[in-house]
Design a protein around this ligand. Structure first.
Ligand SMILES: *Cc1c(COP(=O)(O)O)cnc(C)c1O
Length: 223
C-alpha cells in the first residue's frame, strides 16, 4: 500500500471528529510530502532537531506537533512554530514553555501527558499530580500557555482489555476535568483534546473517546 492509500484508508475508518496526527519520525521529507499531497497537514515528531529540520525544509502550512519527551533546554528551538506539544510531564517544563512562548509573543498550546500504562518507561503525570498542577497558583500565572487537553500511551501489550481499561481511565479524568472546569474555570486550561491511540491501538482509543490519534507505522511503514 502507498502512503496516500494508507492515509485514505485510515481517514475513511475514523469519525470526522477525530484528528489524525501523522507521525513522521525517522521518515524522510519525500514520505512526508507524499502524505502532504494526499491532503494531510498535521505531522508529529519526537526529536527536536529532526522537527526543526523538517519544519525548515517543508511547506509552511504544516502543523507540527511535538509528541515525544521534551527536555526543558530544547523548548527554545521549537517555540517559534510548534502547533501543539503533547508530552508535557512536569511543571518545570510548563514554566519553560511559557517563558519561550512569551519571548516569541505567542501562546503555545500543550497537552499534559498522563501516565496510564503499567510500564516503567512511559513518562507522565499521575492523575493526582494533574489536578494539583492545574489548581496551583504557579500554573495560573503561565498566561502564555494554554493546556488544551490530555495525552496518554497505553501499555505495549496484546491484552486488549488492559489497553481499553487504560484508555477508559484517561477518558474518565478528561471528562471529570471538563466538568470541574465548567464549574470553576481556569483561564489557561480547557479539557478539549484527548490524544490517545497509535497504529496498534487507535481503534480501541477511538471507541474509548480519543479526539486525536497519533499514527506512524500504519501510514509510513515500519521504522
Ligand atoms: C512513535 C509514536 C507514535 C506512533 O507510533 P506508531 O506505532 O508508529 O503508530 C505515537 N505516539 C508517540 C508518542 C510516539 O512516540
Amino acid at each position: 500500500m502507498s502512503i496516500t492509500n494508507n492515509i485514505k484508508e485510515i481517514l475513511s475508518k475514523i469519525p470526522e471528529t477525530v484528528t489524525l496526527v501523522a507521525v513522521s519520525k525517522t521518515k524522510p521529507n519525500e514520505a512526508i510530502l507524499a502524505a502532504y499531497h494526499a491532503g494531510q497537514r498535521i505531522f508529529g515528531e519526537n526529536k527536536v532537531q529532526e522537527l526543526v529540520a523538517k519544519y525548515e525544509s517543508l511547506p509552511k502550512d504544516i502543523e507540527w506537533h511535538m509528541i515525544g519527551h521534551l527536555q526543558s533546554n530544547k523548548v527554545k528551538y521549537i517555540a517559534p512554530f510548534v502547533h501543539l506539544i503533547h508530552g508535557i510531564d512536569s511543571l518545570k517544563l510548563l514554566v519553560e514553555v511559557n517563558k519561550q512562548a512569551l519571548l516569541n509573543h505567542r501562546i503555545i498550546n500543550v497537552l499534559l501527558q498522563v501516565f496510564i500504562a503499567q510500564e516503567e518507561t512511559k513518562f507522565g503525570f499521575s492523575e493526582e499530580e494533574i489536578i494539583d498542577v492545574l489548581n496551583s497558583e504557579k500554573f495560573k500565572q503561565l498566561t502564555n500557555i494554554e493546556v488544551v487537553g490530555l495525552m496518554g500511551m497505553a501499555t505495549n501489550t496484546d491484552n486488549e482489555q488492559q489497553i481499553r481499561n487504560e484508555f477508559k481511565s484517561l477518558r474518565l479524568l478528561f471528562e471529570q476535568l471538563k466538568i470541574s472546569n465548567f464549574k470553576f474555570p481556569i483561564s489557561n486550561f480547557q479539557s478539549q483534546i484527548l490524544s490517545m491511540g497509535m497504529s496498534c491501538d487507535y481503534k480501541i482509543a477511538i471507541e474509548e473517546g480519543a479526539t486525536m490519534i497519533r499514527v506512524g507505522s500504519s501510514i509510513f511503514g515500519g521504522r
